[in-house]
Design a protein around this ligand. Structure first.
Ligand SMILES: Cc1ncc(COP(=O)(O)O)c(C=O)c1O
Length: 406
């Protein structure tokens, strides 16, 4: 038999985040814990489907008038309108003035990709500044879409907080018109967000230099438990009348990970521009995947348009956020109780799904080897994967890693 025509293909490395789960699945230890992947787990360590999502799905199934026709290229119209209201606020002037175009995309990742391709085709500046560090998929998404990726300083390892001056200096040095990727809240992987005051300074600087904001909103409501509070950064930039892009994901805040439901909005100066922009977004989407799937967007629209279901969602969302916040406290208390050297207050100061522990590559591999705890090599742990039962084991592992490795 002749060799395969693909024999020369070189094996690609595992995705650094999803690869953690691959390694975890291979471990037969009963005490193993997976803190790698960014998905919510209950106190019992199980994935969660929200009650309100189950109820919406039941309603959709029972409605025999529903059919499975293709959606339009831009997706479900109700879903798009409701998603824009959710992120920009119900009384947003930009929405009232019809200068926002929103298209349904394949979760947060797909929304970022469609936005990036649109910018590569129609925006004059092809450089996008992304925070250092950032979600590992960002540089790949933007590079493949045809943008040129540069970094701005974001995290200061010394304080385990924001390198605000570094951020301002790097954005000041960016060429006018450059695109800037901003995490709307719950920065991944650091859990470090600017304060409102700092956001205001970033906004002023960016507007004065004509830098174009591209918000990635993967955690609205999941960070603080409050949907409005978590959208404040975005709303500040929209309130000044300027233009911006926003990618929304319903993976975390509605637990719709595998349904791949999200939206890309582009806020424009006027409605005429917005409608031309939308016509070109269709040109990006049609040859890419033609049109988005119907089920997840129908679930979201069902929940967002019904007052009672919306309220029920906010209660369930807050419960997820609160459980994560309580895990932070429990882990911090456990570190204090063990007298682990160092300042661990960043565990309770950081926000959202992840804690950027400050543990180094060696300490991480020590914890995996000796304690069967799995996390990304940058020391990021998913607080959503922790429970009261696993906190003591993690604290033991962290204590040992800090005191027994160099
Ligand atoms: C910062 C950030 N952006 C975007 C996403 C995209 O997620 P999805 O495509 O599942 O909505 C994630 C998921 O982990 C994320 O952390």
């Amino acid at each position: 038999m002749a060799d395969s025509v693909f024999a020369h293909v070189v094996r690609a490395p595992e995705d650094p985040i999803l690869g953690v789960t691959v390694a975890y699945n291979k471990d037969s230890s009963p005490v193993k814990v997976n803190l790698g992947v960014g998905a919510y787990r209950t106190e019992e360590g199980k994935p969660l489907v929200l009650n309100v999502v189950r109820r919406a799905e039941q309603m959709l199934v029972n409605d025999t008038s529903r059919v499975k026709e293709y959606l339009s290229i831009t997706g479900l119209a109700d879903f798009n309108k409701l998603s824009a209201k959710l992120i920009f606020g119900a009384d947003s002037p930009a929405i009232k003035e019809n200068r926002v175009t929103t298209v349904q995309c394949l979760s947060g990742t797909g929304s970022l990709r469609v936005g990036a391709e649109f910018l590569a085709r129609h925006y004059h500046e092809h450089t996008i500044y992304i925070p250092q560090p950032t979600w590992g998929n960002h540089p790949k998404i933007f590079t493949l879409a045809g943008l040129s990726v540069k970094y701005y300083r974001y995290y200061d390892p010394a304080t385990r907080g924001l390198d605000f001056q570094g951020l301002l200096d790097d954005l000041t040095a960016a060429p006018s018109g450059a695109i800037v990727l901003l995490h709307a809240c719950a920065h991944n992987p650091t859990g470090v967000d600017p304060t409102i005051d700092q956001w205001e300074k970033i906004r002023k600087l960016m507007r004065s230099k004509g830098l174009l904001p591209f918000f990635d909103s993967a955690y609205q409501g999941f960070a603080s438990g409050n949907l409005d509070a978590d959208a404040q950064s975005v709303r500040m930039f929209v309130a000044d009348g300027g233009e911006c892009l926003a990618a929304q994901s319903y993976a975390k805040n509605m637990g719709l990970y595998g349904e791949r439901v999200g939206a890309l909005s582009i806020v424009c100066k006027d409605s005429n521009v917005a409608s031309k922009v939308e016509s070109q977004l269709k040109m990006v989407i049609r040859p890419m995947y033609s049109n988005p799937p119907i089920h997840g967007a129908s679930i979201v629209a069902t929940i967002l348009k019904d007052r009672q279901m919306y309220d029920e969602w906010t209660v369930e969302l807050k419960a997820m956020a609160d459980r994560i916040i309580s895990m932070r406290q429990q882990l911090y208390d456990a570190m204090q109780a063990r007298g682990t050297p160092g300042d661990w207050s960043h565990i309770i100061k950081q926000i959202g799904m992840f804690t950027f522990t400050g543990l180094n590559v060696e300490q991480v591999s020590f914890m995996t080897r000796e304690y069967h705890i799995y996390m990304t090599s940058d020391g990021r742990i998913s607080m959503a994967g922790l429970s009261s039962r696993t906190v003591p084991h993690l604290a033991d592992a962290m204590h040992a890693a800090v005191t027994r490795t160099a």
